[in-house]
Design a protein around this ligand. Sequence first.
Ligand SMILES: [Zn+2]
Length: 461
Amino acid sequence: MQTLIHNTTIVTADDAATVHQNAAILIDESRIATIGPSAELLTQYPEAERVNGRDKAVMPGFANTHTHLSLTLARGIYEDLSPPHKPPFEGGLAPLPLPVLIDGEHRAMCLLGAVEAIRSGTTLLLEDAVDIHRYAADLAASGLRLQFCERAWDRAQAGIGQPGPFEVEPRLAQQGLERIEALHSQWHGHGQDRIRVGLAAWAPDMCSPGLLRALREQQERLGVLATIHLNQMWGEMAAVRGLRGVEPTTYLSQCEFLSDRLIAAHCRCMTSAEEQLLGQSGAAVAFNAAIAARRGLSPRIAELETHGCTIAMGSDNMAEDMVEVMRTGLFMERVRRQDGRHPTPDEALGWATRHGYRALGVENAGWLAPGNKADLILADVHRAHLVPFLRPVSCFVHQGQARDIESVMVDGQWLMRDGRVLTLGEETIVREAGRVARTAWRRLFETRPDLTPPAGMTLSG
Ligand SMILES: [Zn+2]
């Protein structure tokens, strides 16, 4: 089966930032067959299914290299409850616990995140979570390209960023290692390799040296990707210094956990020496710009990149909108560098697409070229905020919105077409997730009268 998107603008996001005007792209099964002048390809491939790309732009899909889909549950709440940047540190991501979800409820929130991901043009997504097997089949059916990272830790009675003793719980470590093994044997390589399974160490202050070494051994044996929350907050920095006498990245280096198959999420609160150490290892950084901005923190992207890290992007908590993530990353880094020209929109687009695919080890994908995987999006650029579309990349990175994206393809299959998500029941999922979240938060405050709902929270309706 061949699909020809013609009379369109093609933003390849390749290394040379090539953009083709009046062009066409031919998709043959799961691959991009060719890109060329529209008139030529229309004559050459009369049998292909035609998609008129007039007033639209074709771009590679986004790679979200760090998210937790079920945290859509904390949307509108946790964004404003970030941990302090100065002592006293308490631990945890917010001073309010998350409501406990039962299986069906958990699935509803994850699917909500998947719908939003597809709507914002995501084609590849790394999910870092516990018990991914509970909703792996639902996510697989969404058609997204997925990197599951099942999480392990072995610190009992404490949260991330919490000072104090490290109480090792070997049973937690064992369970984590077993969950990773089980998910790997069940899902790795499924969907013609569209689904891969790796591992996640939670964070440096939640993992003992013994567990980090065991995870590294498991990673090598399975030949998979690893991820970790690294230098996420100042409380973590203080906790690791207190527990190990060194900074978090140095601690990981001592435990031999750093590698070029590691995605280090955040890297916001770190020393220059740590940036160098991480760069030398060849690890990738998930630049989670939107959540970083909400927390009032920023990684030093230029320094990390100079030292050798691959910069990719992620949404992390509460939102899955990669268009917003990409633009926020560009803005934050310009403010931090006090430079109104750098990074360029082409760089930001590269972080959000090509670099993310490279970081997750998905070869021949993440930019548009003949032979590459057909993971792409179609955006309507005939819109008040995008006209004139004279410099396509700059225009979309600075002004584009998730709602401009009307079609999404992974492995040559449409997940969304003309604004309609084809692989998930969007209307039912959105309604169900809204109901589940209200019920869960109401249940939390009913069973915990000691907790006060944050200002402005409405639980009725
Ligand atoms: Zn995270």
